[in-house]
Design a protein around this ligand. Structure first.
Ligand SMILES: *[C@@H]1O[C@H](CO)[C@@H](O)[C@H](O)[C@H]1NC(C)=O
Ligand SMILES: *[C@@H]1O[C@H](CO)[C@@H](O)[C@H](O)[C@H]1NC(C)=O
Ligand SMILES: *[C@@H]1O[C@H](CO)[C@@H](O)[C@H](O)[C@H]1NC(C)=O
Length: 412
């Protein structure tokens, strides 16, 4: 299936399935499914960064629509080091996670294997975003996260509100254009913004891992069924409020889905993300301690619409009258990827085993970029990689991260 296609949903399933099926290599117990677990109490800096000897700041940024986002800044490498430290101004890099997870996902492997810390050790000023609704960004100036009004948004708002707020803050603090790294939904919101020519003035280049824009090529029966079910039933099942992947409703919903003879839930992780080649069992356990995280049900519906419709468009209110009311036109406006400025430096890395960012959907995305200036678009294809390998793979440093650093160096 498409990348993100449903990756949000996917993650949910993945997480649950990992817990449910020890075959994946996790020591988690079946009985965890549906049990509500508390998010870690320590902030991201304290739980995953400072313990390795890096400086790290917790910062709050408020969006135009009142969401208070937690972001982390790792200003330099271990012991103040990092190639380029001192010699020139450190360049800011923003890491943007995918759906149903948060910024912790950049920090689960050892410092030598985690992109955020590798970048810091290479002299970058590293910033980690956590989008609205995730456990450290579950705050608003007036809305209560336990009420449905708090969850009235989709990735349209993540692109239109969260991303600009975080980028503006970094830009203001550093007086420099920013390098961007997105994974999965983090690529979608960047592509959507850039296609409207937004943020381009403050972003120097973008590295997109498991890029997601089209989600039509579901390669798994599970994806197809889930997306169909999702659009049709989800609001009835969940209401338009919080989508809490560890909650009971989601668990029940998945059990129903797995009862479908077309869906093989035995190896759900593979069925959803594709077969990851290179994950470390301890990292997966760490992942499960902090993820998955909540998103809005409306966001899941929007993703399912993307799968269903095969185009990248704003949230569909379901009928022309409501769409007219919101957009002034009867159909949701599309994000036209071909409108991304042709000289904007892009690096894309996608995997042959990625069930979310399916190579066929990536091909559609690349076709939209076929007029991009030569030399401004670098594309990497990794045959063995699936969705999670890009952020947690033990080989990712050698395979991808070194290339990202060269890409940034070429475009500084
Ligand atoms: C959700 O937001 C839309 C505008 O984006 C607004 O029209 C609608 O009334 C809101 N719904 C709720 C339940 O707050
Ligand atoms: C997997 O993670 C454990 C615990 O962090 C670590 O000791 C081990 O070296 C890792 N294995 C690989 C192949 O990176
Ligand atoms: C998208 O933009 C390109 C280039 O600006 C244009 O040629 C194309 O017609 C647009 N596609 C749609 C569906 O609007």
């Amino acid at each position: 299936m498409g990348v993100c296609k449903f990756l949000g949903f996917l993650w949910v399933v993945v997480m649950l399935s990992i817990q449910q099926y020890p075959a994946f290599g996790s020591s988690r117990l079946t009985s965890d499914v549906g049990v509500v677990m508390n998010p870690p109490r320590l902030g991201i800096c304290a739980s995953a960064v400072t313990k390795y000897g890096y400086k790290c700041q917790e910062i709050d940024v408020t969006t135009e629509d009142g969401y208070i986002l937690s972001i982390q800044r790792i200003p330099e490498g271990r012991g103040g080091g990092g190639v380029g430290g001192g010699r020139r101004k450190r360049q800011p890099v923003l890491l943007q996670h995918g759906v149903l997870v948060d910024g912790m996902t950049w920090l689960l492997n050892s410092p030598e294997q985690s992109l955020a810390l590798i970048l810091a050790d290479h002299g970058y000023d590293v910033w980690i975003a956590n989008t609205r609704g995730t456990s450290f960004s579950r705050r608003h100036v007036s809305l209560d996260p336990d009420k449905p009004e708090f969850w009235n948004w989709t990735w349209d708002e993540i692109a239109a509100r969260d991303l600009p707020a975080v980028i503006a803050y970094i830009f203001q603090q550093t007086s420099q254009k920013i390098h961007y790294v997105g994974h999965s939904l983090g690529t979608l919101i960047a592509l959507a913004s850039f296609s409207e020519r937004k943020q381009i003035d403050k972003v120097k280049s973008a590295a997109l891992l498991s890029p997601i824009a089209y989600l039509s090529h579901m390669t798994t029966a599970l994806g197809v069924v889930a997306a169909k079910v999702f659009v049709g039933e989800i609001t009835i099942v969940f209401g338009l409020a919080e989508f809490y992947p560890k909650g009971e409703e989601v668990s029940r919903f998945l059990k129903g889905l797995c009862a479908d003879p077309k869906v093989d839930c035995y190896d759900l992780m593979s069925a959803i993300t594709g077969k990851n080649c290179c994950l470390n069992g301890s990292t997966v356990d760490a992942f499960l301690r902090s993820e998955p995280q909540s998103t809005s049900t409306k966001n899941m519906v929007h993703l399912a619409q993307t799968v269903r419709d095969g185009i990248l468009a704003k949230y569909d209110y379901g009928n022309p009258v409501f769409n007219l009311e919101h957009y002034g036109v009867p159909r949701p406006p599309i994000y036209n990827i071909s409108n991304i400025p042709k000289d904007f430096p892009l690096f894309m890395s996608y995997g042959g085993q990625d069930a979310l960012s399916d190579p066929k959907d990536v091909a559609t995305l690349l076709d939209d970029l076929k007029w991009h200036d030569e030399g401004k678009l670098s594309v990497q294809y990794i045959k063995d990689y699936a969705h999670a390998d890009f952020i947690m793979g033990v080989t990712a440093k050698d395979v991808i991260y070194d290339k990202i650093i060269s890409f940034f160096t070429r475009n500084q």
